[in-house]
Design a protein around this ligand. Sequence first.
Ligand SMILES: N=CN[C@@H](CCC(=O)O)C(=O)O
Ligand SMILES: [Zn+2]
Length: 419
Amino acid sequence: MTKPDLVILNARELVTLEGNSYKPKTKEELKNIGIIKDGAVVVKDEKIVAVGKTDEIINKVNITPKTRVIDAKDKTVMPGFVDPHTHIVFGESRERELGLRINGREYLEILEAGGGILGTVESTKNKPEIELYESAKKRLDTFLKEGVTTVESKSGYGLETETELKQLRVSKKLGRTHQVDVVNTFLGAHAIPKDYKSYPDAFVDLVVDEMLPQVVEEGLAEFCDIFCEKGVFSVEQSRRVLTKAKKAGLLPKIHADEINPLGGAELAADVKAVSADHLGKASDQGIKRMAEAGVVGVLLPGTLFFLMNDEYARARKMIEEGVPTALSTDRNPGSSPTESMSFIISLACLKMKMLPSEAISAATINAAHAINKADKIGSIERGKQADLVIFDMPNHEYLPYHYGINHVETVIKKGTVVV
Ligand SMILES: N=CN[C@@H](CCC(=O)O)C(=O)O
Ligand SMILES: [Zn+2]
């Protein structure tokens, strides 16, 4: 065997997630996370070149003085987490809204009154590109320490062409310069700006006729998303934006049925979206249609937790019906200010009754499918990018169990130790 750059040996549990690079895990498959006891991984030129039991690998591998050898005795090794839904490029966060919400104001009510997303729009417009870059970089640093090695990043705090493009350029630069890989999504239709309050369709015109062509022309995004919600964008407006985006070469995603059951899940199936996200109020029919169409359901329990909801998305129903489920932090300045994928996994188990194995599948290989990158990341398999995390814990079940703690000890990105 060629001389490896890095070898991890003796992992008590090596959680490979193997076998689903071309199709996301559904139903029973979610529980099967491909654990190798006393596992080893071999890395060469940023890629995984061998995976197996330590005693088998050690006989095959040609360790040289240049090989970095990591002893993972008593540790658990997993693929880097993939976060398929974030809003990390923004001006200011909105901690003042916490007191308002504790006193009974609703999230959509705050938005209606010009706060919420619209408040962040103001602070984002006024920030120079370099400041947006520096603050988002810090968020990526935190993600990396939490074991997240790829994130999707949305615009949506501009709501006019110049600021939307500014956010996407910042995000793209982060992808080039930061160790965390960043995948861009255009979310020009994230809220209706104040000036368009009485003319929402005119704002949709602006999104599809002015913003979208420039985003595509500059190659600033792979996906297009929209906030389909009562008082924000209707199902028909969402259909229009996503259909146009698809024609222009961007893959559709949708913020669907987060707070009200509008039919966003059904629309996701109609337009063959890559993912439908939130789904707190998705209907039975919507769930069935998503399963048939193979739309990944990205669940964001951190958001419903932070918005003090008692009800969570019906993960068990979705799994039973065959929706490929994924998990995300939804890192943003107002409804989910966290980078902790581990905490999200705990919430998925405690509030949505997902098993630890199911939640881990949802945060790795299925999350990679939600951003169309499962051929490269999301599992520990030969030929995949060497994005690996070593956790100081005896098994995978310990992750959601000992909650609110970062168990990450070492992060390896493209074969290099970065944490
Ligand atoms: N729900 C809509 N958009 C974001 C929240 C953005 C914000 O509150 O700033 C979300 O996914 O939760
Ligand atoms: Zn979002």
